[in-house]
Design a binder for this molecule. Structure first.
Ligand SMILES: [Mg+2]
Length: 153
């Protein structure tokens, strides 16, 4: 079984456009080395009206961030380049310095949280997590309803 168990109890009966109504869909970059987590989270967020793009590594994520996103969901525990390292690179890039970043961390990893906030994380979610926790975090960092923060151009 995947270490991440996403439960989507409340989302199953909601219409697809409930999360964002008539606003443009918030664009979220989901970075996780585990395919199961990517697929589950993408399914949940897509159903709730988010536009989701996937990266399976920190390096891929940094390349994809040449495009504009409204928020990043960033796994901490990844091979080669950890989520914390990706976060540091994001914050070092002036265009991305204020991009909302939510860390996805394993429980029993308090050190990650302290380092994550020090490195500029906006919020964190501990795995295993629910669909509701992810959406709550996104709404929090995006502002109510998920209005786009993307800078024009
Ligand atoms: Mg991982």
């Amino acid at each position: 079984m995947s270490p991440v168990e996403l439960h989507d109890s409340a989302g199953a009966t909601q219409p697809a456009d409930m999360a964002v109504s008539d606003r443009p869909a918030p664009r979220v970059l989901l970075v996780d080395d585990e395919e199961d987590t990517r697929m589950l989270t993408e399914a949940i967020l897509s159903r709730r009206g988010y536009e989701v793009r996937l990266a399976d590594s920190g390096r891929t994520a940094l390349a994809m961030l040449a495009e504009d996103y409204d928020a990043v969901l960033l796994d901490v525990m990844m091979p080669e380049m950890s989520g914390l390292e990706v976060l540091s690179r994001i914050r070092e890039t002036p265009r991305l310095a204020r991009l909302p970043v939510i860390l996805l961390t394993a429980r029993q990893r308090d050190r990650d949280l302290i380092e994550g906030y020090r490195d500029g994380a906006d919020y964190y979610i501990t795995k295993p997590c629910t669909a509701e926790q992810i959406e709550y975090g996104l709404r929090l960092v995006l502002g109510d309803g998920g209005a786009s923060r993307r800078t024009p151009g």
